[in-house]
Design a protein around this ligand. Structure first.
Ligand code: NDP
Length: 327
């Protein structure tokens, strides 16, 4: 369904990758941003010229109504939210406002402007917190543990309740961790990729991490934004788990990153118990994406070793560019 698509959070990792995918599919792409559009020149790079940016406040339904009237989308992807889970303990109110109330404001704005607009909500595996079963499916009961997970659970249920009550084409993608070279360095896989790149270039010597036995289901963000788009192309709206279905330890992820630069991670990585996250966040989340495979024909294409190689190579190029610019 090409036409006009509107993305909130277009300046983030998924927003940029989704914008690129939609442009390639023939869409015109607009993005909602919270700061003046000029502030996104660097983060969006060459995409900036290809998409229209509109300033709006996720908590102000009227500003969202104005953005929808100005851009007239056929699809809206709601990706904007504070996304770094540990920080949600420092900013629980802000997290609740933007991740939970923000989704509600957008649904209300769509209902007013054009209820036939198709809506995608960025739901998260964090809604399962301490999972009742493994792997998790769309039927697994949410049991969030963090302010982020709780806020995303609210957004998840408000989306499905608008679907039932108003018949809106509204979908939730329950996405597990997904990474790319665009991931900020706060997040573990990017932190590891950057360190492996810096150590291989002789710029750093050691990487200190928390629990190396912690496990996650990590995928490639480029694969996951394709699932978002496929959800809005289907005949019926629904909720979908998007995951690789494979759990890997931090140690395995670290080994993949250092393999990419032909180094032995044991020579460079140390685990510090002071950095362990604790039981309010530690959990073993693995998703069963059978429904997305069966109904949408979606499957992840990039394996963890390929993903880490891609990220390490991008960081090596960035660091070398910075070195060259400084010399
Ligand atoms: P990023 O952190 O890279 O991007 C988040 C975007 O949201 C940014 O563009 C940011 O704007 C915007 N944003 C953050 N806070 C606000 C706010 N208060 N008001 C308006 N905009 C705001 O996240 P990702 O691209 O990785 O994730 C996209 C969505 O998917 C998020 O909702 C995230 O919670 C969810 N998700 C992500 C997963 C992952 O592994 N990546 C897993 C599951 C869900 P700005 O550019 O101005 O900073």
């Amino acid at each position: 369904m090409a036409g006009r698509a509107l993305i909130t959070g277009v300046g983030g990792q998924d927003g940029a990758l989704l914008a690129r995918l939609l442009l390639d599919q023939g869409y015109e792409v607009a993005g909602i941003v919270r700061r003046e559009p000029a502030a996104y020149a660097e983060s969006l790079g060459e995409l900036r010229a290809a998409i229209e940016l509109v300033e709006a406040d996720l908590l102000d339904r009227d500003s969202l109504v104005a953005a929808l009237r100005a851009t007239r989308p056929v699809e809206v992807y709601n990706l904007a939210a504070p996304s770094f889970v540990p920080r949600s303990w420092d900013e629980p109110i802000l997290t609740a406002e933007f991740a939970a109330v923000g989704a509600t404001s957008m649904l209300e704005a769509i209902r007013e402007v054009d209820p036939s607009i198709r809506f995608y909500q960025a739901s998260s595996s964090e809604i399962f917190g301490e999972p009742r079963e493994t792997p998790q499916t769309e039927e697994t009961a949410p049991s969030p543990l963090t302010p982020y997970g709780v806020a995303k659970t609210y957004a998840h249920f408000i989306t499905s309740s608008y679907r039932r009550r108003y018949g809106m084409f509204a979908c939730c993608g329950i996405l597990y961790n997904h990474e790319s070279p665009l991931r900020p360095v706060d997040f573990l896989p990017r932190k590891v990729a950057r360190a492996a790149a810096a150590i291989s270039l002789g710029l750093e010597r050691e990487l200190v991490l928390g629990d190396l036995s912690a496990r996650r289901d990590w995928g490639y963000a480029g694969d996951y934004v394709r699932a978002m788009w496929l959800m809005l192309q289907h005949d019926e709206p629904g909720d979908y788990i998007v995951a690789t279905g494979e759990s890997h330890s931090v140690e395995e992820l670290v080994a993949c990153a250092f393999d990419a630069v032909s180094l032995d991670w044991r020579d460079h990585v140390r685990s510090d118990p002071a950095l362990y996250r604790g039981s309010a966040e530690l959990h073993d989340l693995v998703g069963d994406a059978s429904k997305a495979r069966r109904v949408l024909g979606w499957a992840p294409e990039v394996r963890l070793d390929e993903l880490m190689r891609m990220m390490v190579e991008a960081d090596r190029a960035r660091l070398q560019d910075a070195e060259n610019a400084a010399s």
